[in-house]
Design a protein around this ligand. Sequence first.
Ligand code: AMP
Length: 126
Amino acid sequence: MPIDPTEPYDSDNIFARILRGEIPNETVYEDDRVLAFKDINPQASNHILVIPKGEYVSWDDFTKTASDQEIAHFIRTIGKIAREHGFVEPGYRLLANIGRHGGQEVPHLHVHIFAGEPLGPMIARG
Ligand code: AMP
């Protein structure tokens, strides 16, 4: 079920539990503010989720309430992870789903990185 991105942060969401170490994950990058791990149900040969460690429900919440420093670090880190995985050439895709129309399922901000193959049309129709 898509989430309502205007709801308050739910500290029992699955990514909060991953951050607390209650659920295992395949970490590919970690620092004091960001965690990146493999998506459990990959939609491309490389599918990584990047999340801030702070409690943000969605991209909307993050860009409204996080500090400029946190936002800059998060975005730079996504670029760094993609570079370190060799995704820049031949290319990759970023995606953040927000709310009902975006199809966001987990109420903790995450950016998807897809890579490793031609990724097809930007938006699936049909
Ligand atoms: P979204 O629809 O943008 O909210 O995407 C949520 C993503 O989280 C989906 O691609 C799921 O496959 C992924 N996911 C859910 N639970 C886990 C988990 N425990 N570990 C890794 N990825 C997960």
